[in-house]
Ligand binder design. Structure first.
Ligand SMILES: NC(=O)c1ccc[n+]([C@@H]2O[C@H](COP(=O)([O-])OP(=O)(O)OC[C@H]3O[C@@H](n4cnc5c(N)ncnc54)[C@H](O)[C@@H]3O)[C@@H](O)[C@H]2O)c1
Length: 450
């Protein structure tokens, strides 16, 4: 046997051994043993009505309560916040939508448990600061409730595993509310991808570029939780808005998976500069050290050899952008503003007229069916309402949810993993396979309807 043939035979037999191991359920090092059974594609008995217990009525929560109150066969039956005035405000909104007065829970950080224990609630909606997401989701599932949680669903890898284990043990839905997966541009991109117009998907650029400084410093967030987090942590602590849609196009956890990442971060310039300008040179916040720099840039490589660049710019004087670029072997789509280039004319973005025609031909079924009502009910141009409408549709019809617990935790695991890489001068960090091999056979999300 010549050398080349011997190398080839060795490679083939190694590949065979790896495939055999993964089929036998063997896991890569560092993957904890499974306590329950996989919830990939989980279905649950159809609900006769979605009865929501809602926790967290600060900036984001009240509008979600109003949207849920306008979804067919859905009502908010209980509300919870630390502050009674916040609960009272949302009670008025629920009743204004024609529903009975919801039960009220307030007064302590642990009162949510009483609400989770209610018999008439079948879905807990968590819209609280980051540190509360996991304890609330775990308790909701322990009480036998499906749970949906704002972004990121968890801030550490250990917490990600806790959510997976609890969902597998209880066989309940545990979904992260990644509303950007339902944006009009994002679902248009998904439609182009599923119809083959972009070819084999190769690379995504995404991010969350949002000038946050004014909001961070006006003391309106609960215990200043974002600023406190930025003081203590480097890394991309808000990766999912840009990343979720790219993973949806590429079928991450469904035919491919994250394999490793590298992450680097600029120093912090803009936050303290802003504080000094706005509040004067004596403000102690302007002399505090913040581990989160102005811009974090991460690159993920997938098992199939594809790449994704993710940025997080939190103190940059720039217009808002999630970038949303997805490139394949036949074409590329990019948002902010929306542009498309398709084979064979890929040297130039399409004309406005050609783009408008493409958008009308490939509008996603969800936007076709509920786009108008979604725009009226609001929430980031309608995508929040579409996400919740689709969620309730799946729960009412016993369908699998669009995003499993594996998706939420995989995207959120970057919070800790990017910090690890930044703290090691951009070293390569492995990303756990939260599906424990299930990604190999799971099917990518199709063009779902309501
Ligand atoms: N998807 C999006 O587009 C989007 C946009 C904004 C915020 N968010 C997410 O929404 C969540 C909430 O953000 P926010 O801006 O509303 O924060 P916020 O600080 O304005 O509100 C949080 C609310 O939770 C309450 N709360 C805190 N601890 C509690 C506890 N233990 N029990 C009951 N209530 C408690 C607070 O009193 C407050 O009213 C965060 O996870 C954030 O990342 C998502």
């Amino acid at each position: 046997m010549d050398v080349k043939r011997r190398d080839f035979m060795k490679a083939v037999s190694c590949a065979g051994a790896v495939a055999a191991l993964s089929e036998a359920g063997c896991q890569t090092a560092g993957t904890p043993a499974r306590a329950g059974t996989s919830v990939m594609g989980l279905t649950a008995p159809p609900l006769d009505e979605v009865r929501v217990g809602f926790i967290g009525l600060g900036h984001r929560g009240p509008a979600a309560v109003r949207r849920l109150s306008r979804i067919p066969k859905t009502k908010v039956v209980a509300l919870c916040d630390v502050y009674d005035a916040r609960v009272a405000r949302s009670v008025q909104d629920v009743m204004a939508a024609g529903h009975a007065q919801p039960a009220c829970y307030y007064g302590s950080e642990h009162i949510f448990k009483k609400m989770c224990e209610r018999k008439d609630v079948n879905l807990i909606y968590v819209c609280t600061p980051w540190e509360w997401h996991v304890p609330m989701a775990l308790y909701a599932m322990q009480c036998g409730k499906h749970v949906v949680v704002e972004v990121p669903i968890a801030m550490t890898v250990a917490d990600c595993w806790q959510l997976v284990d609890m969902a597998e043990k209880t066989r309940l839905h545990c979904m992260m509310l990644e509303n950007c997966c339902y944006g009009e541009d994002e679902l248009f991109a998904l439609t182009l991808a599923r119809n083959g117009l972009l070819g084999e998907l190769v690379h995504g650029d995404c991010g969350y570029i949002h000038e946050l400084r004014a909001g961070l410093l006006d003391n309106t967030y609960y215990k200043n939780y974002p600023l406190e987090y930025f003081r203590r942590h480097a890394g991309n602590s808000y990766p999912t808005h840009g990343l979720g849609p790219i993973c949806q196009y590429m079928g991450i956890n469904r035919g491919d998976r994250f394999e490793r990442l590298v992450s680097m971060e600029s120093a912090e310039f803009g936050l303290t500069d802003y504080i000094k300008q706005k509040f004067g040179p004596a403000d102690p916040r302007g002399h505090t050290s913040y581990k989160s720099g102005d811009m974090n840039t991460t690159i993920v490589r997938t098992e199939r050899g594809r790449t994704i660049m993710i940025q997080y710019g939190r103190y940059s004087p720039r217009p808002y952008s999630r970038i949303n670029l997805i490139g394949g072997t036949k074409g590329t789509l990019c948002s902010y503003p929306l542009r498309v280039a398709l084979a064979p004319a890929w040297h130039e973005w399409m004309s406005d007229k050609a783009l408008a025609e493409l958008q009308s031909k490939f509008q996603h079924p969800l936007w076709q069916k509920v786009g108008e009502i979604a725009k009226k009910n609001g929430g980031h141009g309608g995508m929040d309402y579409i996400m919740e409408y689709r969620l309730c549709h799946c729960l009412l019809n016993g369908l699998p949810l669009d995003h499993s617990v594996y998706d939420g935790v995989t995207w959120s695991s970057l919070v800790e993993l990017t910090e690890q890489s930044v703290n090691q001068d951009g070293a390569s960090v492995k990303i756990p396979d939260f599906t424990r091999g299930g990604w190999r056979t799971a099917q990518p999300l199709g063009l779902v309807e309501v």
